[in-house]
Design a protein around this ligand. Structure first.
Ligand SMILES: [Zn+2]
Length: 610
């Protein structure tokens, strides 16, 4: 049973574009009629995840996951079908029946939505407190002193948490929000005596953190006066996972200019205000793999602009590793010692910052620069140390051409034969990377071969015929009529195919229009069949109209063969236990099937079919 009328679900799906929604999760490239990308459901290096915008379906040829936009959201977000419908409906602006009628939505989903709503209210409270109250004056002055304009305050919806223990708690109570809900949202902390709660954020400038869809998922707060910690974030909640969020993410554009990655909220805001609108902050100093994956959806290149202090430097090095591993091009902005991007742009202006950006160095140059820092290259000792450091940097370059170029450069600069450098580099590579890469390569090669083989086997012969028939039934009205006159759903031997055929027969009998969407919605409770449907429809090779008869015969012949085999067994069984009457009646069926299959064979040989 569906919670929503099917027309409504179809309406939601018709308004949504699977390419647009999925590209929030996967970086997609156009290939022919379709889009391809790296599959979010299994680990791969070459894209086998395919989306057909025309059919509004996706299918991964690597792991076999597939279906419509709802299947995608259910898998990716771990939602139930009604949850996926609800979310998508909101996104595309379709009104669904109100609460109560969607009672089956899971508790976890409801709780998430409750927390998001509380966060929205809290952001509003902090914001009003900043711009309108007497209490907010100090925070307004603080921001003004740092050059933050009121437009920027609005754009980032900055706020101020009052210097009281229960400012937010009181406000929320007046809105009917319970204290324990605030705890789940991470906005309050239990008192140590166990009696009630107090506000987590007090006397702080508040930075609401939004996810890609614009929901406020958490907060960052900077202390106004003295005090520790200087910056405080929301704790992890069901809607806030710090390692998966980036501050400023909803503001940046896909395929725009290169991304600038900064450490802090103020850096991010300040750069945006000065026109560098492709800036995000990593919420703390160490970039995570998940954040790098998100960045990759937006751009091919990231410029790291962390603080120019020791902590910033080691964060930069870690960031480089992670970004390079995700296949991103990385450059590093080097600001004068001790400066952060916000300070730099305030004191030197945006033109100077733009200049710094354009001269940001490739990460290898940056690392080589660090490798020589503090060493006197004029001395023999210094030179040897530098070479040692530099070699381990070069050994880390995966691209051989790039490595070659750096070896050349280094050999000229230091006046050392290239061969000598190579020998040292190769020692490191042999020791670390090669055995790993080797075995990984072999394994994946083996796996791929097996995969190919099973796919080939599975698709050969009858299964392929069944799939082609189903595709024709969905895509070609005249072929469908012919097929329905000659086959029944029972003739499909593969259970998934039989199920799809049943759906199509049912739709035609009810005078419904047969569309990929229509069928895939009906398959919402059977994601395996939904994936098979997507796979079938991803096939683009044309089927000649003249093939219909041959395909029908192939499917039917296979069905008859199996039916005859089955009935033979039953006859044997009946004879064994002496059920003569039953054996006779089975024998009748047997002869009928035999006649049918012979007729079929005669027909197809006359038509020159299979
Ligand atoms: Zn996959």
């Amino acid at each position: 049973m569906s919670l929503y009328p099917e027309e409504l679900i179809r309406e939601v799906q018709n308004r949504a574009d699977i390419v647009e929604i999925v590209s929030d999760y996967v970086s997609l490239k156009k290939r022919g009629e379709n889009y391809v990308g790296l599959c979010p459901f299994h680990s791969e290096k070459t894209p086998s995840f395919t989306i057909s915008p025309k059919k509004q379906l996706f299918y991964c040829f690597g792991c076999g996951t597939g279906g419509n936009i709802f299947s995608f959201l259910m898998k990716k977000e771990n939602w139930t079908f009604p949850e996926a419908v609800r979310w998508l409906a909101e996104r595309v602006g379709v009104r669904l029946p109100e609460e109560g009628t969607w009672g089956k939505v899971s508790e976890a989903f409801k709780q998430k939505r409750e927390i998001l709503e509380i966060n929205r209210l809290a952001a509003e409270f902090f914001h009003q407190n900043l711009i309108k109250t007497a209490e907010g004056k100090r925070a307004r002055e603080y921001l003004a002193n740092r050059g933050i304009t009121s437009e920027t305050v609005e754009k980032f919806f900055l706020g101020y948490a009052p210097p009281r223990w229960d400012g937010l708690i009181r406000f929320m109570r007046s809105k009917g929000v319970r204290d324990d809900s605030l705890l789940k949202a991470g906005l309050v902390i239990p008192r140590s005596d166990g009696k009630g709660y107090y506000d987590r954020f007090r006397d702080r400038v508040i930075f609401p953190i939004k996810d890609i869809t614009g929901n406020t998922v958490g907060f960052g707060g900077r202390i106004l006066g003295e005090g520790e910690p200087k910056y405080l974030n929301s704790p992890e909640t069901t809607v806030f996972t710090k390692r998966e969020q980036l501050y400023g993410l909803p503001m940046i554009k896909k395929g725009g200019s290169n991304l600038i990655l900064v450490e802090g909220y103020m850096d991010c805001i300040s750069l945006h205000q000065n026109g560098f609108t492709q800036t995000v902050a990593s919420l703390g100093t160490s970039l995570t793999e998940q954040q790098a994956k998100i960045l990759k959806r937006y751009s091919e290149e990231v410029i790291i602009a962390y603080d120019a202090d020791t902590a910033g430097q080691s964060a930069t090095l870690r960031g480089i590793e992670i970004l390079v591993k995700e296949g991103l091009k990385v450059r590093v902005l080097s600001l004068p010692e001790g400066k952060d991007p916000d300070e730099f742009i305030r004191t030197r202006g945006k033109d100077a910052f733009a200049e710094q950006l354009s001269s940001a160095r490739n990460f290898v140059d940056y690392k080589l620069d660090l490798a020589g820092r503090g060493l006197d290259l004029k001395t023999r000792d210094g030179k040897i140390k530098f070479i040692k450091n530099a070699i381990s940097v070069l050994a880390g370059i995966e691209n051989r051409v790039e490595r070659e170029l750096y070896v050349q450069k280094l050999s000229e600069e230091l006046n050392i034969p290239r061969q000598a450098l190579y020998e040292e580099i190769n020692k490191i590579i042999d020791r670390t990377t090669l055995p790993n890469i080797g075995s990984k390569y072999k394994n994946s090669q083996l796996r791929d071969n097996n995969k190919e083989l099973t796919r080939f086997k599975a698709l050969s012969g009858v299964r392929k015929a069944e799939r082609d028939i189903l595709r024709m039934m969905i895509e070609d009205d005249s072929a469908r009529d012919k097929i329905m006159k000659n086959l029944t759903p029972n003739n499909f031997v593969d259970t998934k195919h039989r199920k799809i055929a049943e759906m199509i027969f049912e739709m035609v009998n009810r005078n419904e229009v047969v569309t990929p969407n229509g069928i895939s919605i009906k398959l919402k409770d059977d994601q395996e069949t939904a994936a098979e449907l997507a796979n079938i429809l991803m096939e683009t090779a044309d089927i000649e109209n003249s093939m219909v008869d041959a395909l029908i015969n192939r499917v039917k012949e296979n069905y008859l063969k199996l039916a005859i085999k089955k009935i033979k067994n039953e006859i044997n069984q009946a004879e064994k236990i002496g059920e003569v009457k039953k054996a006779f009646s089975l024998l009748n069926t047997y002869h009928r099937l035999k006649l049918e299959i012979e007729q079929l064979k005669r027909d197809s040989s006359r038509k020159g079919g299979t």
